[in-house]
Design a protein around this ligand. Sequence first.
Ligand SMILES: *[C@@H]1O[C@H](CO)[C@@H](O)[C@H](O)[C@H]1NC(C)=O
Ligand SMILES: *[C@@H]1O[C@H](CO)[C@@H](O)[C@H](O)[C@H]1NC(C)=O
Length: 432
Amino acid sequence: MERFHITKAFLGLDTVILASAQYTTQDGTVLTPETLFPALRNLIESQAPLGLQTMGDEATANVSWVRLPSVDLSRVVEFSGERELADAYESQLARPIKTQTALPLWRVEVLADNTLIFANHHAICDGESLLSFHMLLLRALQETSTSTSVDASPVVMVPDTTLLIPPVEQLVDVRPSFLRTVQELYEHFAPASWRPARFAWSGHPTPFKPPPQINTHIRFLTLPSAESSQLLAACRAHGATITSVLYVLAINVLSRLLQCDPLMRYKHIATITAISLRGAANLPREAIIDYPSSRTTYPRLDPIFSWADAARESRELASMKTSTAKTVGMLRWLFGQYVPFMQEKLGTRREAGFTMSNIGRFETPDVKGRWSVGRTVFAQSDVIVGHALTFSLTGDPSGALNFSFGWTDSSVDTPFVEQFIEGLREAILEII
Ligand SMILES: *[C@@H]1O[C@H](CO)[C@@H](O)[C@H](O)[C@H]1NC(C)=O
Ligand SMILES: *[C@@H]1O[C@H](CO)[C@@H](O)[C@H](O)[C@H]1NC(C)=O
């Protein structure tokens, strides 16, 4: 998984994943080097992924982790004073994280309103782990704000005692079954006309070469806590989950838009749902890991919502909590040929029309202190060869749900996305 993500970024096909949260105190304390650096120092001293770089030959994916001697926070943390969250997200998503340097594989931007964006290379941290970082940071801020001897100097020596959590294949059984292998090989090698993807919408084809810069557009949508809890109650009453209902609604809304296609080209929608393997590995919520997996499906166009569909979707997702590890296991059949594998995705059909990733809710750590966290938001790119559109969500401590939508000009047209977002907003409110 780590080599997969390193190769994808190396080829210019993806940039960073990121999540933000607003940090506040009663007395309006501002995040500055004096308040923030001692907490980040704690994190670097306890979390191995924050003191890493990769070295080696990325063109053959023959890379390894190297522990940095030190991290210079003045080069990793930017107090930008930016006021617009969407602008900050778009500019973060346009800037990859450089490998083979003396800097670590993550960075932080602090906005004017004390919102802190954590952006990182996917190889050290998956979507859920972005929230882990914010949980750890809140804990560290509470601890350092009451301590009398804190060190706010920017250079942090990386201890050589921290341990990396092993890669996913060491903690989860990722070996695909024979049937699974045959199935995947079939989907890969069968003539295009036999494959389920043939009539599936997946946005525009991928470009023939990586763009000089990935410009991901970002829009946000919020469901305030009162509406979110009504939605959650309705989901529970029907044996569905927030993820399954939103997934079905997204298909309904896209179906309505795609049925307007004058050429009637589409019968299905290619979709991906992200599934974390954290649970399958029994790792704690605060562990920083790169353990994603996913489920790909090609549902038929269906403009009408039904709770039965949402309940079935929820059962299917639950039954795949560990079995999607086998998708990750398929990477072994690449025999290390990650670069040609990724390059093959250029100038062809995109993997999915949309990817839905729900990284769950920010869980406030059980440690008292003056800081609190709100307004968590999460976004990703992967719009060059991955999906045409990302639909990412997270719950904030107030219970509100924050959605982000990401796409690029070559993946899907902006007016289409705007209609989709508006349609989704109406569909959610209709259910509530
Ligand atoms: C990978 O890199 C290591 C160390 O840089 C080297 O010893 C090894 O021979 C390389 N393996 C391949 C297959 O090139
Ligand atoms: C996220 O949710 C919070 C709480 O409702 C809201 O105040 C905030 O504006 C939302 N953020 C975004 C980017 O929509």
